[in-house]
Design a protein around this ligand. Structure first.
Ligand SMILES: Nc1ncnc2c1ncn2[C@@H]1O[C@H](COP(=O)(O)OP(=O)(O)OP(=O)(O)O)[C@@H](O)[C@H]1O
Ligand SMILES: [Mg+2]
Length: 254
């Protein structure tokens, strides 16, 4: 999952999609490729050090999803500074040396901004497709267009655009408030010729789930806060059905 802009909800979408797919019975891995500011450990409530033998690393498991993150290897607040070749190396190791086992899906949560990590991934593994996350705001949509173009340039199919933080439901009245404007994600998807995978509301429960290590999707499909992520997971599965790989590797970009 990717974007261009930070803070639009790539990691939130990644963790909830991964959990939803796992609860639908799929074998799912989630690779936190944000080596600069890994947030998957906090959001998945996982913080052990992965075990390893020889040059193999056993991924952790949380909410039914296999997990790997730089945050497991470098816990704490100290950021890591990577030079280009080191970055490429660590991305390669995450894909090649981690014992993911048989998976139906490997989701990859990308860092915001430049395509460095995306390019390393593309050079290391066959990426089945990319999901671009945006908010309805013009600045975010502009970045989403750049992300779509970036993937087109490196021939990674864009499985679709997700519009996050699309609207707010006013407590009490139930009125829909379009905080950042309306319909921008869908329009942009149409203009760019990529599928529109849907809108996700700005929902405090989604934020609380992430902050507490139990993303809303863990509540199951019957829960109103979780349901949109299960719908998204189903649409993503349909979008993947057209890709050649048997075990789709999906990057989440904003
Ligand atoms: N639909 C939503 N409703 C409420 N809060 C949300 C929603 N999506 C994301 N958030 C919150 O917004 C913040 C940023 O989300 P997140 O970390 O997923 O973004 P990101 O795109 O991965 O950011 P970065 O680019 O820094 O990696 C988090 O606190 C998250 O809980
Ligand atoms: Mg993130």
């Amino acid at each position: 999952m990717g974007s261009g802009k930070g803070g639009v909800g790539k990691t939130t979408v990644s963790v909830n999609l991964a959990i939803a797919l796992a609860r639908m019975g799929r074998r799912v891995g989630l690779l936190d490729a944000d080596v600069y500011g890994p947030n998957v450990p906090l959001m998945m409530g996982a913080n052990q050090t992965p075990r390893g033998h020889a040059d193999r690393i056993i991924p952790l498991e949380g909410h039914g999803v296999k997990l790997m993150s730089m945050g497991f290897l470098n816990p704490g607040d100290k950021p890591l500074v990577w030079r280009g070749p080191m970055l490429h190396n660590v991305i390669q190791q995450f894909l090649r040396n981690v014992e993911w086992g048989e998976l139906d899906y490997l989701l990859i949560d990308l860092p915001p901004g430049t395509g460095d990590v995306a390019l390393s991934l593309i050079q290391t593994a066959a990426i089945s497709g990319a999901v671009v996350v945006t908010t309805p705001s013009d600045v975010s949509l502009e970045d989403a267009r750049k992300a779509v173009n970036m993937f087109a340039q490196v021939r990674v199919p864009v499985l679709g655009l997700v519009e996050n933080m699309s609207y707010l439901i006013a407590p009490g009245s139930g009125e829909r408030i379009d905080v950042f404007g309306q319909g921008g994600g869908k329009r942009t998807a149409e203009q760019m010729g990529v599928p529109f995978l849907g809108e996700l509301a700005l929902n405090p429960q989604v934020r609380i789930g992430g902050d507490s290590g139990a993303p809303v999707a863990t509540r199951g499909e019957a829960d109103a806060n979780a349901a949109p992520f299960f719908e998204l997971a189903k649409r993503l599965e349909q979008a993947c059905a057209g890709t050649p790989s048997a075990a789709p590797t999906i990057t989440i970009e904003d």
